[in-house]
Design a protein around this ligand. Structure first.
Ligand code: 5GP
Length: 138
């Protein structure tokens, strides 16, 4: 399936490249959530993280780690969020596996916040939930 990242990879749409090898491309996100917000993607098309073969995923994560290290060193970032939205329900808008590398700066994040709000777990059977998921892991 042809998506906007496939077209960027082919060079049909311009981008600010910050890393490229035979398998992986990293570009600045067009909307800079914070300064240095980067997208790391495989050149081969896979629709999302869950559908990506392990060797490809490892290459992408390796580059994401190295970019995070570089951004901590050169941008003065004080933290990094690594995230990959998987599926529309999770906020994925481009159906081509990519990892966001989002540098974080104390007091200078422009209002960006990533928080995880806890649900009320009183109605959940957590041991059963853990067992249900655990049994399905292949
Ligand atoms: P998602 O919502 O799928 O997790 O992330 C997609 C990201 O791609 C968004 O943060 C969006 O700003 C970025 N994006 C969408 N179109 C383009 C584009 O043409 N060029 C670049 N560099 N980023 C894009």
């Amino acid at each position: 399936m042809e998506d906007i990242f496939c077209r960027i990879i082919k060079g049909e749409i311009p981008s600010q490249k910050i890393y490229e090898d035979d398998d992986v491309l990293a570009i600045l996100d067009i909307s800079q959530t914070t300064r240095g917000h980067t997208l790391v993607m495989p050149k081969e098309h896979y629709p999302n993280f869950l559908a990506t073969p392990q060797d490809v995923m490892h290459k992408v994560l390796d580059v994401a780690q190295r970019i995070g290290q570089a951004e901590m060193a050169v941008l003065g970032a004080q933290g990094i969020n690594i995230l990959t939205n998987t599926g529309e329900a999770a906020g994925q808008s481009v159906p081509h596996f990519h990892v966001h590398v989002i540098p974080r700066y104390f007091g200078k994040d422009g209002g960006f916040s990533l928080t995880m709000k806890s649900q009320d777990t009183s109605g959940m059977n957590l041991p059963l939930l853990a067992q249900t998921i655990s049994k399905e892991i292949k």
